[in-house]
Design a protein around this ligand. Sequence first.
Ligand code: SF4
Length: 278
Amino acid sequence: MQVVRAEAMGMCFGVRDALTLAHEIAEPKSTTIHGELVHNATVLADLEERGFAMTGEGSRTALPPTVAVMVTAHGISNRERDRLQGAGKSLIDTTCPLVRRVHDAAQRLEADGYFVVVAGRRGHVEVRGIVEDLAHHVVVESADEVEAWPYGKIGIISQSTAAAADVAAIRTAVIARHPAAQVRFIDTVCRPTKERQAALETLLDRVPAVIVVGGENSNNTRRLVERARARGVLAQHVQGPDDVDIDGLRGIDTVGLTAGTSTPDAVIDAVARLLESI
Ligand code: SF4
């Protein structure tokens, strides 16, 4: 089988930097990673083996057991930062600068009197970090969820890994439902996400099927899969070579390959090797 790789795919600089920092920590056993450092089971298992304690995504309300606490690239709210520091924790902060940009945009809008609409996945760790510091906000996952809110100033931002097309549709719906309101939009989809989405569009012009490699909880990976399916291209979301449904590719001789921003190069290469061997 011929494998066509997307021009931009895989691990972004934000996740790479966070991982590098984790590898530089001399005493992993005295450090807790607060949430999933990356949405990738292999990498998480490796970190656990090195001795890091981990707070699962679902149990971040509990206090980490160690004094040193690593904040992941997804970031946390100021409220959470204060809670941890107030409990005597020392933070190793790997928040991606492009996530920080989303927080800054949200705070700026709120300070300027806007009701903040966050386009993103409800409950996602990054979105939780953004909205925990906001008094008046709503999270919308699609344009269908846009309502007639009773505010004269509405500010729109998005999760850094949202699909640019979804954000544009939400923006259009907000303007349509609030013709008299002052609507301000700040584009906070990060550049690596945009590059991966654009590369996928090009790839989808060339292949009948695409394999998207990424963690189950990875928002940007899911978006890539959804986009491929929306374009009528057969798409498989896999976490590694073992997940590839070979029978599902029967009759196909060219397949596209892309990956989410948490996926290590080694995992992408392993999937590529498997596909080439079919
Ligand atoms: S996906 Fe974007 S915002 Fe998130 S860590 Fe990577 S570069 Fe940063």
